[in-house]
Design a protein around this ligand. Sequence first.
Ligand code: PMP
Length: 458
Amino acid sequence: MISEEELAKLSYPDAPKIVTKIPGPKSQKIIGDVPKYESLARPGGAAPPVFDEGMGATIKDPDGNIFIDMAAGVAVNAVGRRHPKVVQAIEEQLTKLMHAAEAVNTRRAELAKKISSIMPEGLRGNCVSYFTQSGSGAVETAIKFARHVTGRSQIVAFHGAYHGVWCGSGALTTGDRYHYGFGPLIPYVIHVPYAYCYRCCFGLEYPTCDLQCAKYVDYVLNTPYTAADDVAALIVEAQQGEGGYLAPPPEYFKILKKACEKHGALFIADEVQAGAGRSGKMWSIEHSDVVPDMLTWGKGMGGDLPMAGLTFRADFADKLVEASQPGTFAGNALSAVVCMTNIDILTDKNYDLIGRAAQLGKETKARLQEGANNSRIIGDVRGRGLFIGVELVKDKKTKEPIDGSVMRKILSELLNRGVIMVPCGRYGTVLRFMPPLIITKEYLEKATDILLSICKEY
Ligand code: PMP
């Protein structure tokens, strides 16, 4: 396994290093101008931190502050920012070819083969890919292709799901701010509860619950008069991301897959956030011994350049009409090279980044769980690998979510102490531990300690 010393060279030394108030004067000026020129419909639009430079698991702002990056561009920079192998691959490809929409390009063709070789067993070597530039695009395509190959219309998705924000993917995503004023998004979407064990909507506890939530999905799909009579596909995050970093018990997905098979619906695993090694396996669904019919991927696979896609069973390929889904920028050669380099780094046995994510995740979770015992506001710690959620509450008994104002204070205190963290969850009260997988143990422990010491103050 790669040594901690080698990993340390990938990030700025001595982080966190805070030399001004946050935001500092230069950052303030930039933030002040943002709303004049950029739509704030984009999250994080006019608030600190301002990113000026990035390296590995660290970020510099224009005022010279250096932060430990626990967000990784929202689970994007799996191999860290500007990994030297990625930079080298870009430099080499720059002199050869970048955009090529109208023909096969060498790099895209290589990438399609490589993606096939790293899919979960069952799909591996027996699948084809369609490239997009974003997770939303991959999901949008999944909806269309699932409808086309099954000849059906309805899609089942989950409470708390995030699959993107377009008219199709946005209809699968829950959360009123993604819908309000944008409707109607696509019809024929049925939402069912996800396995949110900390806040079980059936009031049950695992394992005595007997996976009631999964059985409910079977009931919806396979019982008359539930209105689910024409389901093309069920789409599910193998670990729910935006909805709160929820990792269901392994047998959950087996029950869902069986329910799909009974109904004749496809099983789509959305691995846009949970994939690319973050969970301790290449794909989060691999914790469950379930073979998806389709798999969407993005974020960590693209890393420093946009690349996402949909990979699906090879037998569906013949059912799709040739040239029926164009995409001008899809499969850009430069992005393809970066994606392949990311895969090479992630699957490099010497690095063993995925095994390391599993191990570091276990250690970090144990530290956080211990910290939770000494904290009045840490209600739950969960997740797999470096995909950990820390849910903050006002009262551990009632599980009432912590006030938004307190949450904002905690996030700003994290920044003041040099840690970038992004919240998620149904109430916006879950802190996510999703650093680049190349983060050193030292930086991970520092960030964990900073969070725990802040939580102790409440
Ligand atoms: N699916 C999942 C599971 C996601 O987490 C996201 C983004 N948060 C998307 C799809 C959409 O990806 P993008 O932002 O690249 O469109």
